[in-house]
Design a binder for this molecule. Sequence first.
Ligand SMILES: Cc1cc2nc3c(=O)[nH]c(=O)nc-3n(C[C@H](O)[C@H](O)[C@H](O)COP(=O)(O)OP(=O)(O)OC[C@H]3O[C@@H](n4cnc5c(N)ncnc54)[C@H](O)[C@@H]3O)c2cc1C
Length: 590
Amino acid sequence: MTPDLEQRVGRWLARFEQALREPGAASLRALFREDSHWRDVLALTWTIRTLSGADTLLPELQHCAARECPRNLRIDPSRTPPRKVTRAGAETLEAIFTFETQSGRGNGVLRLDPEGKAWTLLTALDAIKGHEEQVGKARPKGESYSRDFRGPNWLDQRRAAQRYDDRDPAVLVVGGGHAGLSIAARLTQLGIDALIVDRWPRIGDNWRRRYHALTLHNQMQVNHLPYLPFPPNFPTYIPKDKLAGWFEAYVEAMELNYWAGSEFEGGDYDEDAGRWRVALRRADGTRREMRPRHVVLASGVSGIPVMPELPGLTDFRGTVLHSGQYDDGEHWRGRRALVVGTGNSGHDIAQDLHSAGCAVTLVQRNPTLITNIEPSAQLAYALYDEGPPLEDCDLITVSVPLPLLRKAHQMHTARARELDRPLLESLERIGFKLAYGEDGTGWQFLYLNRGGGYYFNVGCSELVAEGRIGLAQFSDFEAFVGDGARLRDGRILQADLVVLATGYQGPQALVRKLFGGAIAERVGPIWGFGEHQELRNMFQRTPQPGLWLIAGSFAQCRIYSKYLALQILASELGMLPERRAALEAGTIPG
Ligand SMILES: Cc1cc2nc3c(=O)[nH]c(=O)nc-3n(C[C@H](O)[C@H](O)[C@H](O)COP(=O)(O)OP(=O)(O)OC[C@H]3O[C@@H](n4cnc5c(N)ncnc54)[C@H](O)[C@@H]3O)c2cc1C
């Protein structure tokens, strides 16, 4: 640790703790820049929110501090020491610290400017006192199955736990992709009974069933699941079947309860009992009703396909598939295909068909962001190569407030544009319409705001630029006809197959399908940024009691599953403000 940097941070933390206790705001204000940001992740507000500008954040910080009494703010000696780094183009002194509140232990990240004032502050809950994770020194001792030689052993107990013959889980997790695995693993470590249900017959099928050549787009070090990093021999870009196998190993190692082949059919909420009434259809056709207190939707975005009504498509005599139904190009060898949509799915399917010997034309409907998978698409993850351990990188990621994130991504996008210039120019030359995201914020914000609109190039763009995969603009289409599509100039693009790589309806449509219109209206829009500069209804309480959502990248789910699990634990303990009020008023039983 550099003593000077350590002293500067230590001094700031001590003055901050003191200022929070003092009446009046003058000493607190002296510690913050006018354009500072405070992100709280449960520690002081029991919500996830970001406030920007000293005038806005300081009164709120003082108000919350009076209630939660943050204290013992210290540099965490077990984590990356304070260091000078560049974030969103500005040099800053960045430090990880710990603290306590009335109910929990927290950690945070502070960024100081050269004058020693706070630029950004993160306060995040790490654990609820007395309810820590059952890991490390708090690991299970195994007495329940190792002391009584005639009693049930570990396997007997695991099997009984998974059957749910005589009980319902506290939490039902719908979907066993990485989102579902992450939240179930976190809940299990906190001692909360959680069951994952997934409609596919085998754990990992959500990846196994995707196209033949699939490998992950981000590098291995960004994609670890919670607690159990990938083994060091795993390839940089993990292939889908290897990932599927890892999911099976993960469920076994983390002792997760997982019902494969089980469809969640929907449910309704019993306000009086504070429980859901949900219906499951098992692989053998039997049905089971359950009454969990919480439902976590981890069902991905691939719920309800968008099937646009394209002119004349019903007249087309060939096969029409949504991208979600597409499996393998081999069936289309020697045939002709039109792939409508130029996001990741459209490009990947076009490349798969082309490599199988099918004559493909990609049909562009909207300008699309194209970025090479390497190095451009990896620029956003440079932090994970800086050296700090994964846990510290994750906390630093959480600590970046939205305005800085936007700035950082504008810089990555500009850099990627330089790096990818030859490819982008070759695409423009053949009429491909390029985009760079709102205000040039690039693919990350396209993903966070609308879940798509970009392609990580793994070779398809070169095939398009060289004319080996055809390109047509949808605006030049007049209508689909029996043997393909007729263009406005009268030409016919012949086709045996039309693939609609047109995306999926948002999660609100899925909530409506599973729980009905009233609950969907109550919850409101999901994903995309909303109030308090955070993703709407993700990873935190929704307006519907007992309904939670988790989705996103491996990294997002690894990071935010922790906070989602802590909120469910707090709800179970009656510590969340609304549940505490309802318990005290006796409107729901404890
Ligand atoms: C080529 C490609 C590369 C990618 N690379 C990366 C990468 O490197 N890093 C990264 O972070 N992301 C990557 N992604 C994106 C993303 O992480 C995945 O799409 C991921 O599958 C999303 O995970 P999930 O758990 O949210 O949803 P899913 O994987 O879609 O899982 C949802 C599960 O819910 C189940 N389900 C849904 N509804 C029900 C129901 N009613 N009842 C029972 N079960 C239900 C489904 O069967 C499914 O198994 C990539 C995607 C693709 C296509």
